[in-house]
Design a protein around this ligand. Structure first.
Ligand SMILES: *[C@@H]1O[C@H](CO)[C@@H](O)[C@H](O)[C@H]1NC(C)=O
Ligand SMILES: *[C@@H]1O[C@H](CO)[C@@H](O)[C@H](O)[C@H]1NC(C)=O
Ligand SMILES: *[C@@H]1O[C@H](CO)[C@@H](O)[C@H](O)[C@H]1NC(C)=O
Ligand SMILES: *[C@@H]1O[C@H](CO)[C@@H](O)[C@H](O)[C@H]1NC(C)=O
Ligand SMILES: *[C@@H]1O[C@H](CO)[C@@H](O)[C@H](O)[C@H]1NC(C)=O
Ligand SMILES: *[C@@H]1O[C@H](CO)[C@@H](O)[C@H](O)[C@H]1NC(C)=O
Ligand SMILES: *[C@@H]1O[C@H](CO)[C@@H](O)[C@H](O)[C@H]1NC(C)=O
Length: 758
């Protein structure tokens, strides 16, 4: 079933990565290879004034030992890790590894992208709630690690913006088609990082990308506008989703760090991602948003995890897309316990076309056809799949020209059917299908999707005579409040996290399907008829689109609570999430319509207004993360690699103070014994409050709390509790419930409790 839709195309072609990258990799010199090299910083000889000169010296001295190609120094890293990247031969690497200051080294890798209604759907409004309280994100700086930005987009105008914060150390770099003058009070920084890709043999030419922070693909422009775009009136996707486009934190500042390159060979080198994140930390961003990921690896080789840990130690919230590898289980990316990992949900909005047949019957289906072309009194042609000349795959041009073709072809995916009717010269098309997934840019002729449940009645009409017609078809209709929403987007990656399964991931769900955002306006978005169509705003889908929503919410929470740690801000977002959809039922899985679980939607759908005032938070400090890492059984070199110091110690190996619970009862030996989870909650609400635990637990699973009433007498007071889970022998393989702490001031602090028995 998964192969029947080309989902990568639905994601605006943003999933292309390692396979296409092999063409670049093969160009590189056989003898040398880029490495990321972690060093023990404490061994830097004093006569080097800084780490960079030490790193350069180390690399320069390698050539004398090996009579090889010249080595190339790429980056020296300051914050994200202690070490550097360089292109070395195996002899040079072996030489380097002999140094007592050498910790670990691993090869360059290449990552992939996880490709105006939104604010209203999230309950944001100008008069009350988090928007006015947070002054719409004023003075917060969001760093976006992405494909660059289109600075002239209306979303990045600086009307109404406050001055650039004095603490800001970033800049706007000059480069191809990008001048420092393009920055303003909205876009306050723009830099690009490509040494790693270039070392892998990639030349940045104008057909391939701009050698600057300018966005070639439109992806970074889209994510930036979602997080913090300014108000733009009358934005739409060819008339669909028309309204005021605005980011979640419309008064926050933006800084772009371009690390994703190319159009044919989308690629992002680990060395460049590290450099971009290093610079973002130096420049002073408050929030970092990443809509990209690398193949799974342990935390000590995961560059995003490593760089994020130093970011959060400096108080920077790191928000990452969870990936688009759903609906399979265990497909999460960026699941490190210090990252906010975001899955994608649908919205309560649909794009429709209407159909009236010659006999007066009317239907409503899905369409993104980009103009309001109306079709009237046009012959209907039924491409029956039961005849010999079956289906839409074998249409005869002279038979379908000028007609609306009715396709009922289970042998061909929707893309293929659309291609077939378009190339046969049909005037319009109706597709009977169970699937609702055809990419917006694939509506090359006026077409609509109709659920198969109408197949019988429409086909009856279609074969009823020689003169069947379509009386009318109308396009560019947007409906809100339609159907169950949010649902977990079927492509959204799901838990458990393959690298650290003891932490429940994803953390949260945010809009990631048909998100309207700014795009590159000067290249065609799609082709329809003989025309190339451009647009300033377009509907994109992917967890790439979900992450910047949460980055925007984190900016708003940060604007209200300047001194909160990244873990506190994430805790507020997680424990205030909405667990139900707009029908008050459990959030469904778009894939099969079944009820979702926290492995799909985490704590639920992000709810910004409640995140502002969570009542209590589950805070986590740097030592807690060290203690967590201590429990993973890494070697001391691996630990030093992640922690950037050899001066760490394992203290109390209790559980991480995470605002969610996941228990694995599969291990035979301990299967039936209780599992205990210690947590500490910090009061951030009223001074005096009493929280009572409310447990919602299904059959087969029992949960106890000690204590089950928590009293606070002042703000920032901490209280501890222990949650114990027990399961029945014959309970379901996956079971879950909720712990809610409820006080007298209307706070509800909710945590999912997931139990797995393989
Ligand atoms: C800015 O970059 C462009 C394109 O690379 C170059 O032609 C121009 O000389 C640069 N200007 C400055 C001031 O560096
Ligand atoms: C890239 O540029 C270098 C130097 O200009 C050249 O030697 C190399 O062949 C180019 N590589 C590709 C893939 O075009
Ligand atoms: C024709 O379509 C129907 C319903 O979509 C399907 O059940 C049937 O298998 C199809 N027949 C062929 C030959 O593809
Ligand atoms: C359609 O037209 C043909 C010849 O023009 C005729 O033989 C046939 O019976 C007609 N079919 C129907 C369903 O009217
Ligand atoms: C089909 O339409 C033509 C012309 O409009 C008419 O002459 C003919 O009778 C119609 N045939 C049927 C079967 O309705
Ligand atoms: C570790 O536990 C001991 C005893 O419970 C406590 O005194 C100490 O503060 C804890 N250390 C940390 C870092 O939590
Ligand atoms: C649960 O534990 C079992 C046995 O230890 C292990 O094989 C399995 O991979 C674990 N599952 C998860 C999701 O952690």
């Amino acid at each position: 079933m998964r192969t029947s839709f080309n989902w990568s195309i639905f994601l605006v072609g943003l999933m292309i990565l390692l396979p296409s990258f092999s063409s670049i990799a093969s160009l590189q010199l056989k003898t040398s290879q880029t490495y990321i090299i972690h060093m023990d910083h404490s061994q830097k000889p004093d006569h080097f004034s800084n780490h960079e000169s030490w790193h350069q010296h180390i690399v320069n001295s390698l050539s004398s030992a090996c009579e090889d190609d010249k080595q190339t120094f790429l980056y020296s890293y300051t914050h994200v890790m202690h070490g550097f990247s360089a292109k070395l031969t195996s002899c040079q690497l072996a030489e380097l590894e002999k140094s007592p200051a050498h910790l670990t080294s691993y090869k360059e890798s290449f990552g992939k992208m996880f490709t105006t209604h939104t604010p209203k759907f999230l309950g944001l409004n100008c008069g009350s709630g988090i928007w006015p309280t947070a002054s719409f994100g004023k003075d917060v700086i969001i760093g976006i690690i992405d494909t660059g930005i289109w600075p002239e987009s209306e979303s990045f105008n600086d009307n109404g913006m406050s001055a650039v914060p004095a603490r800001w150390k970033g800049k706007c770099e000059n480069g191809t088609a990008f001048s420092p003058y393009l920055c303003n009070k909205k876009l306050i920084g723009a830099r690009s990082f490509s040494k790693g890709l270039q070392a892998a043999g990639l030349n940045i030419s104008t057909e391939f990308d701009f050698d600057s922070a300018r966005d070639f693909m439109g992806h970074g422009t889209h994510t930036s506008s979602t997080a913090a775009g300014n108000y733009v009136y009358g934005a739409s996707h060819f008339g669909y989703a028309k309204g005021v486009a605005k980011g979640i934190a419309p008064r926050a500042h933006l800084a772009m760090y371009k690390v994703l390159w190319g159009s044919d060979t989308e690629a992002s080198a680990a060395t460049d991602v590290l450099a971009g994140m290093d610079q973002a930390i130096s420049d002073g961003v408050d929030i970092m948003s990443l809509s990209l990921g690398f193949d799974h690896s342990p935390l000590f080789e995961d560059v995003i995890a490593i760089a994020s840990l130093s970011a959060i130690e400096k108080g920077i919230v790191v928000v990452c897309a969870a990936g688009n590898d759903g609906p399979g289980a265990g497909t999460i990316y960026n699941g490190a316990p210090w990252i906010a990992t975001v899955g994608a949900g649908t919205m309560d909005r649909s794009y429709v076309a209407t159909l009236e047949l010659g006999n007066g019957m009317t239907f409503e289906g899905t369409s993104y056809f980009p103009t309001s072309a109306s079709i009237t009194d046009t012959p209907l042609y039924y491409a029956s799949n039961d005849t010999k000349t079956s289906g839409c795959s074998v249409l005869k041009r002279d038979e379908v020209k000028g007609k609306v073709v009715l396709c009922d072809d289970s042998n061909l995916d929707l893309n293929g059917q659309m291609d077939a009717v378009t190339s046969a010269g049909a005037y319009g098309a109706i597709f009977l299908t169970e699937s609702l997934f055809l990419d917006p840019e694939d509506y090359s002729i006026p077409g609509m999707l109709l659920p198969s449940k109408y197949a019988k009645i429409i086909k009856e009409y279609a074969i009823s005579g020689n003169n069947t017609t379509v009386k009318s078809m109308r396009f560019v209709l947007t409906k809100t409040g339609t159907g169950r929403a949010p649902q977990v987007a079927y492509f959204s990656s799901r838990g458990p996290d393959p690298v650290t399964p003891s932490i429940l991931k994803p953390d949260i769900l945010a809009p990631g399907v048909d998100v309207l955002g700014a795009v590159r306006p000067d290249v065609p978005f799609m082709e329809a008829g003989n025309y190339d169509l451009v647009t300033d705003y377009a509907l994109y889908s992917g967890t790439s689109m979900a992450a910047p929503h949460v980055a925007g919410v984190a900016a708003l929470v940060k604007a209200v609570h300047r001194n909160w740690s990244p873990a506190a801000i994430r805790s507020a977002i997680i424990t205030s999430a909405t667990k139900t959809d707009n029908t008050q039922g459990t959030i469904r899985d778009q894939w099969n319509g079944d009820m979702g679980t926290p492995l799909e939607f985490g704590a639920g759908h992000v709810n910004p207004n409640r995140a502002m005032d969570p009542g209590v938070i589950y805070d986590i400090g740097p030592q807690d993360y060290i203690d967590f890492l201590c429990g993973l059984g890494y070697t001391s070199k691996q630990m030093s690699t992640i922690l950037r110091t050899s001066q760490w110690s394992c203290e109390n190996q209790t559980d991480l103070n995470y605002p969610s619970f996941i228990a694995n009862f599969s291990n035979e030996a301990t299967a039936m014994s209780d599992k205990h989870y210690a947590r500490t909650v910090t009061n951030v609400g009223e001074d005096v409050s009493t929280y009572r635990a409310v447990l919602t637990v299904p059959e087969g699973m029992s949960v106890k709390l000690e204590p089950s009433i928590i009293k606070f007498t002042k703000k920032y007071e901490e209280q501890k509790f222990v949650l114990s889970i027990q399961v029945d022998k014959d309970s379901p393989k996956l079971n879950y419930g909720y712990l809610e702490w409820i006080d007298e001031h209307n706070h509800m602090v909710s945590s999912p409790i997931v139990v797995i028995r393989d």
